[in-house]
Design a protein around this ligand. Sequence first.
Ligand code: DGL
Length: 260
Amino acid sequence: MAQKTDPIAVFDSGMGGISVLKEMVRLMPEEDFIYFGDSLHAPYGTKTTEEVRKLTIGHIQHFIEDLHAKAIAVACNPATSAAVRMLRQMYPDVPLVGVEPAIKPAVLACSHPRVLVMATPVTLKEEKFHHLEAIYDEQAEIIPLPCPGLMEFVEKGILEGEELEHFLREKISPYLEKDLTGIVLGCTHYPFVRREIRSIVGSSVEIFDGSLGTARELLRRLTVAGLHREDNHKGTVTFLNSSDDPDKIRLSAYLFSREI
Ligand code: DGL
Protein backbone atom coordinates (compact mmCIF):
# COMPACT_ATOMS: atom_id res chain seq x y z
CA MET A 1 0.00 0.00 0.00
CA ALA A 2 1.38 3.43 -1.01
CA GLN A 3 2.58 5.79 1.74
CA LYS A 4 2.61 9.60 1.76
CA THR A 5 6.40 9.43 2.15
CA ASP A 6 6.89 7.43 -1.08
CA PRO A 7 8.31 9.31 -4.09
CA ILE A 8 6.53 10.64 -7.18
CA ALA A 9 7.92 9.44 -10.53
CA VAL A 10 8.07 11.87 -13.45
CA PHE A 11 8.76 10.40 -16.87
CA ASP A 12 9.67 11.62 -20.36
CA SER A 13 11.42 10.32 -23.46
CA GLY A 14 14.39 12.46 -22.42
CA MET A 15 15.04 15.86 -20.85
CA GLY A 16 11.75 17.59 -21.73
CA GLY A 17 9.74 16.51 -18.69
CA ILE A 18 12.17 18.45 -16.50
CA SER A 19 10.19 21.58 -17.51
CA VAL A 20 7.13 19.95 -15.89
CA LEU A 21 9.13 18.64 -12.92
CA LYS A 22 10.26 22.21 -12.14
CA GLU A 23 6.64 23.35 -11.70
CA MET A 24 5.86 20.29 -9.58
CA VAL A 25 8.77 20.95 -7.22
CA ARG A 26 7.76 24.62 -6.97
CA LEU A 27 4.20 23.61 -6.07
CA MET A 28 5.08 20.64 -3.83
CA PRO A 29 8.53 21.29 -2.30
CA GLU A 30 7.86 18.75 0.46
CA GLU A 31 7.61 15.81 -1.96
CA ASP A 32 10.44 13.51 -3.11
CA PHE A 33 10.67 13.13 -6.91
CA ILE A 34 12.34 10.60 -9.17
CA TYR A 35 12.85 11.89 -12.71
CA PHE A 36 13.43 9.27 -15.40
CA GLY A 37 14.45 10.25 -18.93
CA ASP A 38 14.43 7.55 -21.59
CA SER A 39 17.18 9.22 -23.64
CA LEU A 40 18.31 5.82 -24.92
CA HIS A 41 15.07 5.51 -26.90
CA ALA A 42 14.40 9.21 -27.63
CA PRO A 43 12.76 10.64 -29.63
CA TYR A 44 9.33 9.12 -29.05
CA GLY A 45 7.72 11.67 -31.39
CA THR A 46 8.76 9.74 -34.50
CA LYS A 47 7.95 6.20 -33.22
CA THR A 48 4.74 4.23 -33.71
CA THR A 49 2.04 4.40 -31.05
CA GLU A 50 2.65 0.71 -30.30
CA GLU A 51 6.37 1.25 -29.69
CA VAL A 52 5.75 4.26 -27.45
CA ARG A 53 3.06 2.37 -25.50
CA LYS A 54 5.33 -0.60 -24.87
CA LEU A 55 8.25 1.52 -23.68
CA THR A 56 6.04 3.73 -21.48
CA ILE A 57 4.19 0.87 -19.81
CA GLY A 58 7.44 -0.98 -19.13
CA HIS A 59 9.00 2.04 -17.40
CA ILE A 60 5.92 2.85 -15.35
CA GLN A 61 5.54 -0.74 -14.15
CA HIS A 62 9.12 -0.45 -12.90
CA PHE A 63 8.44 2.87 -11.09
CA ILE A 64 5.38 1.50 -9.31
CA GLU A 65 6.43 -2.08 -8.65
CA ASP A 66 10.20 -1.69 -7.98
CA LEU A 67 10.72 1.96 -6.99
CA HIS A 68 7.43 2.17 -5.01
CA ALA A 69 6.32 5.41 -6.65
CA LYS A 70 3.05 6.61 -5.08
CA ALA A 71 2.11 8.72 -8.12
CA ILE A 72 3.12 9.08 -11.76
CA ALA A 73 3.47 12.05 -14.09
CA VAL A 74 3.82 11.15 -17.75
CA ALA A 75 5.49 14.41 -18.82
CA CYS A 76 5.65 13.44 -22.48
CA ASN A 77 2.94 14.11 -25.08
CA PRO A 78 3.40 10.98 -27.26
CA ALA A 79 3.58 8.73 -24.17
CA THR A 80 0.44 10.34 -22.74
CA SER A 81 -1.51 9.77 -25.95
CA ALA A 82 -0.24 6.22 -26.35
CA ALA A 83 -0.42 4.84 -22.83
CA VAL A 84 -2.19 6.88 -20.15
CA ARG A 85 -5.63 5.38 -20.71
CA MET A 86 -4.26 1.85 -20.42
CA LEU A 87 -2.11 2.71 -17.39
CA ARG A 88 -5.15 4.08 -15.55
CA GLN A 89 -6.86 0.72 -16.11
CA MET A 90 -3.79 -1.17 -14.91
CA TYR A 91 -3.28 0.99 -11.80
CA PRO A 92 -6.69 2.48 -10.87
CA ASP A 93 -5.51 3.48 -7.38
CA VAL A 94 -2.35 5.30 -8.44
CA PRO A 95 -2.68 9.08 -9.02
CA LEU A 96 -1.51 9.45 -12.61
CA VAL A 97 -1.34 12.56 -14.79
CA GLY A 98 -0.39 13.09 -18.40
CA VAL A 99 0.22 16.20 -20.49
CA GLU A 100 -1.55 17.84 -23.42
CA PRO A 101 -0.90 20.97 -25.51
CA ALA A 102 -2.18 24.04 -23.59
CA ILE A 103 -4.64 25.05 -26.31
CA LYS A 104 -7.46 25.95 -23.92
CA PRO A 105 -5.66 28.80 -22.08
CA ALA A 106 -4.25 30.08 -25.38
CA VAL A 107 -7.75 30.27 -26.90
CA LEU A 108 -9.39 31.75 -23.81
CA ALA A 109 -6.70 34.45 -23.46
CA CYS A 110 -8.17 36.77 -26.11
CA SER A 111 -11.25 37.46 -28.22
CA HIS A 112 -9.91 36.55 -31.70
CA PRO A 113 -7.36 33.85 -31.02
CA ARG A 114 -4.95 32.77 -33.70
CA VAL A 115 -2.79 30.10 -32.12
CA LEU A 116 0.30 28.33 -33.45
CA VAL A 117 0.78 24.89 -31.86
CA MET A 118 4.40 23.72 -31.98
CA ALA A 119 4.78 19.98 -31.29
CA THR A 120 6.33 16.74 -32.53
CA PRO A 121 4.75 15.21 -35.66
CA VAL A 122 3.23 12.34 -33.65
CA THR A 123 1.48 14.63 -31.16
CA LEU A 124 -0.16 16.56 -34.00
CA LYS A 125 -1.39 13.34 -35.59
CA GLU A 126 -2.86 11.88 -32.40
CA GLU A 127 -6.56 11.73 -31.58
CA LYS A 128 -5.96 13.84 -28.44
CA PHE A 129 -4.79 16.82 -30.51
CA HIS A 130 -7.62 16.46 -33.05
CA HIS A 131 -10.11 16.33 -30.22
CA LEU A 132 -8.75 19.58 -28.71
CA GLU A 133 -8.69 21.18 -32.14
CA ALA A 134 -12.35 20.23 -32.70
CA ILE A 135 -13.42 21.75 -29.36
CA TYR A 136 -11.91 25.17 -30.14
CA ASP A 137 -12.28 25.18 -33.89
CA GLU A 138 -15.17 27.64 -34.02
CA GLN A 139 -13.69 30.06 -31.51
CA ALA A 140 -10.15 30.15 -32.81
CA GLU A 141 -7.79 29.60 -35.68
CA ILE A 142 -5.51 26.76 -34.62
CA ILE A 143 -2.40 26.30 -36.73
CA PRO A 144 -0.41 23.08 -36.13
CA LEU A 145 3.36 23.37 -36.68
CA PRO A 146 5.25 20.05 -36.58
CA CYS A 147 8.81 20.63 -35.40
CA PRO A 148 10.80 17.42 -36.03
CA GLY A 149 14.40 18.00 -34.92
CA LEU A 150 13.66 20.63 -32.24
CA MET A 151 13.69 18.33 -29.22
CA GLU A 152 17.12 17.09 -30.32
CA PHE A 153 18.62 20.55 -29.62
CA VAL A 154 17.47 20.30 -25.99
CA GLU A 155 18.69 16.68 -25.72
CA LYS A 156 22.13 17.96 -26.72
CA GLY A 157 21.95 20.86 -24.27
CA ILE A 158 21.79 23.46 -27.07
CA LEU A 159 19.42 26.12 -25.70
CA GLU A 160 20.68 29.15 -27.62
CA GLY A 161 22.99 30.15 -30.45
CA GLU A 162 23.01 30.57 -34.19
CA GLU A 163 22.08 27.04 -35.25
CA LEU A 164 19.01 26.95 -33.01
CA GLU A 165 17.98 30.46 -33.98
CA HIS A 166 18.22 29.57 -37.66
CA PHE A 167 16.11 26.42 -37.11
CA LEU A 168 13.41 28.32 -35.23
CA ARG A 169 13.37 31.28 -37.61
CA GLU A 170 12.83 28.96 -40.60
CA LYS A 171 9.95 27.25 -38.80
CA ILE A 172 8.19 30.28 -37.33
CA SER A 173 8.85 33.08 -39.87
CA PRO A 174 6.11 32.04 -42.34
CA TYR A 175 3.54 32.62 -39.57
CA LEU A 176 4.79 35.98 -38.32
CA GLU A 177 2.59 37.84 -40.83
CA LYS A 178 -0.51 36.09 -39.54
CA ASP A 179 -1.10 38.24 -36.46
CA LEU A 180 -0.63 35.34 -34.08
CA THR A 181 -2.06 35.90 -30.61
CA GLY A 182 -0.41 32.88 -29.00
CA ILE A 183 2.06 30.06 -29.38
CA VAL A 184 1.49 26.75 -27.59
CA LEU A 185 4.59 24.74 -26.73
CA GLY A 186 3.08 21.29 -27.28
CA CYS A 187 6.20 19.33 -26.39
CA THR A 188 7.71 19.36 -22.91
CA HIS A 189 11.19 19.95 -24.36
CA TYR A 190 10.23 23.30 -25.91
CA PRO A 191 9.98 25.49 -22.77
CA PHE A 192 13.78 25.21 -22.61
CA VAL A 193 14.03 27.16 -25.89
CA ARG A 194 11.27 29.63 -24.98
CA ARG A 195 13.70 32.56 -24.82
CA GLU A 196 14.86 31.93 -28.38
CA ILE A 197 11.25 31.65 -29.56
CA ARG A 198 10.40 34.87 -27.71
CA SER A 199 13.28 36.71 -29.39
CA ILE A 200 11.86 35.74 -32.81
CA VAL A 201 8.16 36.44 -32.19
CA GLY A 202 8.54 39.55 -30.00
CA SER A 203 6.59 40.48 -26.89
CA SER A 204 3.09 40.78 -28.37
CA VAL A 205 2.59 37.00 -28.81
CA GLU A 206 1.84 35.10 -25.62
CA ILE A 207 3.65 31.75 -25.18
CA PHE A 208 1.80 28.94 -23.37
CA ASP A 209 2.85 25.59 -21.98
CA GLY A 210 0.92 23.11 -19.87
CA SER A 211 3.45 22.56 -17.05
CA LEU A 212 1.71 24.45 -14.28
CA GLY A 213 -1.68 22.94 -15.18
CA THR A 214 -0.17 19.45 -15.03
CA ALA A 215 1.48 20.15 -11.68
CA ARG A 216 -1.83 21.43 -10.25
CA GLU A 217 -3.67 18.37 -11.53
CA LEU A 218 -1.10 16.09 -9.87
CA LEU A 219 -1.52 17.92 -6.57
CA ARG A 220 -5.30 17.59 -6.87
CA ARG A 221 -5.12 13.85 -7.55
CA LEU A 222 -2.63 13.29 -4.71
CA THR A 223 -4.90 15.16 -2.31
CA VAL A 224 -7.99 13.18 -3.37
CA ALA A 225 -6.05 9.93 -2.86
CA GLY A 226 -4.88 11.08 0.60
CA LEU A 227 -1.25 10.82 -0.55
CA HIS A 228 -0.13 14.45 -0.54
CA ARG A 229 2.72 14.89 1.92
CA GLU A 230 1.99 17.81 4.24
CA ASP A 231 4.90 17.69 6.68
CA ASN A 232 7.93 20.00 6.62
CA HIS A 233 10.13 17.49 4.84
CA LYS A 234 12.61 19.10 2.41
CA GLY A 235 11.87 17.22 -0.79
CA THR A 236 14.57 15.67 -2.98
CA VAL A 237 14.96 15.12 -6.72
CA THR A 238 16.77 12.04 -8.06
CA PHE A 239 17.66 11.91 -11.75
CA LEU A 240 17.74 8.57 -13.59
CA ASN A 241 18.30 7.96 -17.29
CA SER A 242 18.17 4.88 -19.51
CA SER A 243 21.34 5.98 -21.32
CA ASP A 244 24.67 5.10 -19.69
CA ASP A 245 26.14 8.42 -20.85
CA PRO A 246 26.92 10.28 -17.58
CA ASP A 247 26.39 13.59 -19.40
CA LYS A 248 22.65 12.87 -19.43
CA ILE A 249 22.46 13.11 -15.63
CA ARG A 250 24.65 16.23 -15.64
CA LEU A 251 22.44 17.82 -18.30
CA SER A 252 19.29 16.87 -16.33
CA ALA A 253 20.62 18.64 -13.23
CA TYR A 254 21.64 21.67 -15.29
CA LEU A 255 18.23 21.97 -16.98
CA PHE A 256 16.52 21.61 -13.61
CA SER A 257 18.57 24.47 -12.16
CA ARG A 258 18.14 26.78 -15.15
CA GLU A 259 15.52 29.56 -15.24
CA ILE A 260 13.09 29.05 -18.14
N1 DGL B 1 9.02 15.66 -24.67
C1 DGL B 1 8.12 14.97 -25.49
C2 DGL B 1 6.82 15.71 -25.73
O1 DGL B 1 6.26 16.18 -24.80
C3 DGL B 1 8.51 14.27 -26.71
C4 DGL B 1 9.73 14.42 -27.42
C5 DGL B 1 9.99 13.18 -28.23
O2 DGL B 1 10.42 12.19 -27.65
O3 DGL B 1 9.76 13.22 -29.44
O4 DGL B 1 6.32 15.79 -26.84
